[in-house]
Write a protein that binds this ligand. Sequence first.
Ligand code: CMP
Length: 140
Amino acid sequence: MATERTLSIIKPDATKRNLTGIINSKFEAAGLRIVAQKRIQMTKAQAGVFYAVHKERPFFDELTTFMTSEPVVVQVLEGEDAILKNREVMGATNPAEAADGTIRKEFALSLGENSVHGSDAPETAAVEIAYFFSGLELVG
Ligand code: CMP
């Protein structure tokens, strides 16, 4: 096992419902340390760059409109196997398929409004962390 960092976003459906604290407590209970965190409101252009890999998907406009509809909390989670561990804590992308006890099972409203985002691999984690944070902001 290796210590990793992953990029997490608490999405507008969750920040709007005041769920930031309870979601953070689930990360911490799983052994993930929040080593950077800030609340921001993205522009459509910023969200479009972040989700550029989905640019050709039919849901791209819905996704970027949603992600800019309210503030989000962007954060860096650190821990042993943090990328996989975070994906386990989040649960499946579609809340209808998410396991009991996961964030998406408990809080997500739909496939689009699914409360959290997490990096899916070390390469994407590095790019996604650098998109929102400078090295000086990562305080392990
Ligand atoms: P996320 O992990 O943030 O990565 C891309 C997001 O696109 C995903 O979570 C979902 O919230 C969203 N998404 C994926 N498929 C669809 C879809 N069919 N309709 C709307 N949103 C989607």
